[in-house]
Design a protein around this ligand. Structure first.
Ligand code: NIG
Ligand code: FE
Length: 417
């Protein structure tokens, strides 16, 4: 049945003449409409216009349509979470008190906890268990208005477990309404048995894992944790360049804990995005502006690690396209609340109420190469839409820490009501 959503107080379309990810002033232009309804046929947006025009153009569809009255609410595109470590075994609440008592994230990891702990738990978990656990997380994402999620592997550090994670994503894609986008992140940590012999692990990722990811069509992107004590810029470059030969688009965890010229490397290898960037240098930021690399900023990680926030304001001002995401993972950001992450971006990265909406919709879609199908409310795009329990978009950041989601339409179907 066609769907007609009527009377929303505001429709945040984010439609724009601007080509490419939004930068500078374009990030603040939400193209808010106050007198339009939205007609959906199948899983696509058919028309965005005043009711009379829709009725004149498609009288039969309007006649048959299920009508949703959105009086008092706003409508916006489904949120896009473009950076998560979605599939993983276990939880790490025991590390929180360690960190609150002064231990650092890297100290815990180097002592065998952190990513290594989750890797062990993920290895021990069956695919069925990971599927069921992740399915629940995806329900939670949907309840918070997130309709597309990027998912990184990287809790295997051996091919069998990496493959298990990537296959769980593939299977979830068939069974859950949320759209998933897969990233291979075999180089997420150096396994204990390769300590002191890191290059051998880099070779394993390049020669054994990447070819299989490509052959089995298990991912679109290739990511690496470029960080002091994890993978050097040279090793990271090698892995990202190798992935490119298989058509895997580079992403990079850059300058998260210590400055390491990760942003510079992202620009150099032509990565679609550099992610984290808490301590990115001025030179790195300028290099990204020049190359058009998207900054995927993750203020939840700064919040949860009690680390300095990325310089979001400066990046926008210098012409870097910025996206924002949860970084959902069991160690540095165990939250699926992208709405709360928007709040953090406003309060701690100096971004405006308008910019954070752009950064979690169309710019996030660009960061995962989905800009043609999602991220705005425009004719021909996928009908992934939210109705929110606020009369104007500014209240989304004003009434903070809350879930304002009222209704979620995914692929033209009401999935949360
Ligand atoms: O994005 N930095 C590396 N990876 C994740 C954390 C993974 C974990 O702690 O389990 C991040 O912060
Ligand atoms: Fe991450």
């Amino acid at each position: 049945m066609p769907l007609l959503i009527r009377n929303a107080n505001e429709v945040i379309t984010l439609a724009s003449e601007v080509e490419g990810p939004r930068m500078r002033e374009a990030m603040g232009e939400l193209a808010v409409q106050t007198n339009v309804d939205v007609l959906i046929e199948g899983d696509v947006i058919k028309m965005v216009a005043p009711f009379e025009e829709i009725q004149a153009a498609f009288p039969q569809l309007v006649e048959r349509a299920e009508v949703i009255d959105a009086t008092g609410k706003i409508m916006m595109p489904g949120l896009v979470d473009c950076h998560t470590h979605l599939v993983h075994g276990g939880t790490r609440e025991h590390e929180l008190n360690m960190r609150l008592n002064g231990k650092s994230y890297m100290e815990i990891m180097n002592a065998g906890g952190g990513i290594h702990y989750t890797t062990t738990k993920t290895k021990e978990s069956s695919a069925e268990h990971l599927f069921a656990k992740t399915y629940e997380h995806l329900n939670d994402f949907l309840l918070h208005g997130i309709t597309t999620v990027e998912a990184k592997s990287g809790y295997g550090l051996d091919w069998a477990t990496e493959k298990k994670q990537l296959e769980v994503v593939k299977l979830l894609q068939e069974h859950h309404a949320v759209d998933l986008v897969s990233t291979f992140m075999g180089a997420h940590a150096v396994p204990k048995e390769y300590k002191g012999n890191e290059d051998a692990f880099v070779d394993l990722v390049i020669n054994e894992m990447l070819p299989q990811v490509a052959a089995e069509n298990l991912a679109e992107f290739n990511d690496v944790f470029c960080e002091k004590g994890v993978f050097t810029p040279a090793q990271s470059e090698k892995i990202l360049e190798a992935g490119k030969k298989y058509g895997l688009i580079p992403k990079i965890h850059a300058d998260e804990i210590e400055p390491y010229e990760g942003a510079e490397l992202a620009a150099k290898v032509g990565a679609i995005s550099a992610e984290h960037l808490l301590v990115a240098s001025d030179e790195g930021i300028d290099a990204m502006a020049k190359s058009g690399t998207i900054a995927v900023l993750l203020p939840g990680t700064a919040f949860f690690l009690k680390a300095p926030y990325a310089r979001g304001r400066l990046m926008v001002d210098r012409g870097v396209p910025v996206a924002i995401s949860t970084d959902f993972n069991p160690g540095s950001s165990p939250t699926i609340s992208l709405p709360f992450i928007q709040n953090l971006a406003c309060m701690n990265m100096g971004m405006t109420m308008e910019e954070v909406l752009c950064a979690t919709t169309i710019n996030a879609a660009y960061a995962i190469n989905r800009q043609d199908s999602i991220g705005t409310i425009e004719v021909g795009k996928k009908a992934d839409l939210l109705l929110l329990n606020v009369p104007n978009f500014k209240q989304l950041q004003y009434f903070y820490g809350m879930n304002h989601t009222n209704t979620v339409v995914k692929n033209g179907k009401v999935v949360v009501k």
